[in-house]
Design a protein around this ligand. Sequence first.
Ligand SMILES: [Zn+2]
Length: 106
Amino acid sequence: MSDIPASEAERPPEPERPHEAAPVPAAVPGAVRGTVPKPTPMPPPTPDITYTQCKRCGTELAGLDGRYSCGVCGWSNHWSEGHRPLPRAEDDPDAPPTPVNPLGEQ
Ligand SMILES: [Zn+2]
């Protein structure tokens, strides 16, 4: 009357899953490491946060300097509707000297 089933002790051990270590990617030869940006003496003007309604779905939108993009329906206004001219590539102090297309050189 005091029989205890011993089946609990006879479970097969769970197979161990060896954790495969992900290979660490080696440094890509030819990759240009980013340089520490120097502090600019005159920071560019900060864009203003502006608000409007989406012209397609009516969602209240916030944008920068009158440029909007709706996250609900995907509408965006034309860049020329912005309140200020967009910065040019030459205005970027961190811009590379010349753009290089790595696929173009073979
Ligand atoms: Zn919208």
